[in-house]
Design a protein around this ligand. Structure first.
Ligand code: KIV
Ligand code: ZN
Length: 388
């Protein structure tokens, strides 16, 4: 089977920025957009131009700055939204308008207060209008995760006929289970006429912690684009985390799905977004959390010191982290203590290590973590070990 490219559509600056307290100014958005381009994302969703003059200006500035990636602007299926998005995207080398409408019964009945037939015709009109401005038009079927497959297929087919180049199938509320979401993509792949000429896209939210799993289920069933954000930022429980899906595909090459992401820039990109959005990354966050490559239990430390791969499935350097770390706590064993003492330049025999370990445990019981300074002090006080 040939290797298939998975397009990475980053929506940190649109869906990600909807988080309360994470608002960015244009200069900050430009910095993030430049970093995303360096990272190698295929599409940067720069904002929702009609939402505010500030967002319009930011999308325009990002469109002017970006030369490699496609720049995308969001719009509802409304004429004013689409015209404003087209205007903001004018300076883009590769512009894309992202337009769409809710397709689930809940959205049609309670939010839009309309009918399925009206949704279909609004979808078609929106895509046609967007195509009159740009060649690349992505259509989203909001709440596709809770939309019945037959109607969803009808909407997708109509959007393709109207000129859509990408079909976004969002699990807007993060409700689907991975096998259901995968089956939905497969169904569309098998039932929508003309689907072979467009890209199917996943856009998963994390309300049940399944955004990453659902995105992977999507691409293993035929989707060729993943919409995601750095650090998984986004409304409520967030969006699919870019770093997670990219590393999953990289670490499982037999899936034959590859992205163009320079993974060595993941750690610095995560830190930049976290800093500018004032949104700390949880320490145990996969790939980019502070503890993602740190080992603290004695059993794991002993294994990692003997052979890294016993407890590490990713080489930290592949995501831009200099090295994994052996953290000394009261759960650490002699192997970890010896490893850290050697790194500090001390040499010792087994007898002195045993004595040092007793002294170490006393310090470790008092402190959450034993750091280099504690080790120097311990060696000085116990007068046990000489410097190499
Ligand atoms: O979650 C969602 O459905 C969205 C759309 C606007 C694409 O963000
Ligand atoms: Zn979303």
């Amino acid at each position: 089977m040939s290797v298939q490219k998975i397009h990475i559509f980053d929506t940190t600056l649109r869906d990600g920025e909807q988080v309360p307290g994470c608002k960015l100014v244009t200069a900050e958005k430009l910095l993030i957009a430049r970093q995303l381009e360096l990272l190698g994302v295929d599409v940067i969703e720069a904002g929702f131009p009609i939402s505010s003059p500030g967002d319009f200006e930011a999308v325009k500035a990002i469109a002017a700055q970006t030369r490699e990636a496609t720049v995308c602007g969001l719009s509802r299926a409304l004429e004013g939204d689409i015209r404003t998005a087209a205007e903001a995207l004018k300076p883009a080398r590769y512009p894309r308008i992202h337009t769409g409408i809710g397709t689930s019964e809940l959205h049609i009945r309670y939010k839009l207060k309309t009918t399925r037939e009206a949704v279909l015709s609004r979808a078609v009109a929106a895509v046609r209008l967007a195509r009159s401005f740009v060649e690349d038009v992505e259509f989203y079927a909001e709440d596709a995760g809770r939309t019945d497959n037959e109607f969803l297929a009808r909407v997708c087919e109509a959007a393709i006929r109207a000129g859509a180049t990408v079909l976004n199938i969002p699990d807007t509320t993060g409700y689907c289970l991975p096998h259901e979401f995968g089956a939905k993509i497969k169904y569309l792949y098998e039932h929508v006429k003309g689907v072979e000429n467009v890209i199917l896209s996943t856009h998963c939210h994390n309300d049940l912690g399944l955004a990453t799993a659902n995105s992977i289920a999507g691409v293993t069933n035929g989707a060729r684009q993943i919409e995601c954000t750095i650090n998984g930022v986004g409304e409520r429980a967030g969006n699919t985390a870019l770093e997670e899906v990219v590393m999953i595909l990289r670490q499982h090459p037999y899936l034959n799905l590859h992205t163009g992401i320079n993974t060595r820039l993941l750690a610095e990109t995560s830190a930049l977004v976290s800093e500018l959005m004032r949104m700390p990354v949880q320490p145990n966050k996969a790939i980019v959390g502070a503890n993602a490559f740190s080992h603290s239990s004695g059993i794991h430390q002993d294994g990692v010191i003997k052979h890294r791969e016993t407890y590490e499935i990713i080489d930290p350097r592949d995501v831009g982290v200099a090295d994994s770390s052996i953290v000394l706590t009261a759960r650490s064993g002699r192997a970890a203590l010896a490893f850290r003492l050697q790194k500090l330049g001390y040499c010792f025999d087994k007898g002195t290590l045993d004595q040092a370990y007793e002294a170490f445990l006393q310090t470790a019981d008092r402190k959450k973590e034993v750091v280099d300074e504690d080790l120097h002090q311990l060696v000085d006080e116990a007068n046990l070990i000489s410097k190499a």
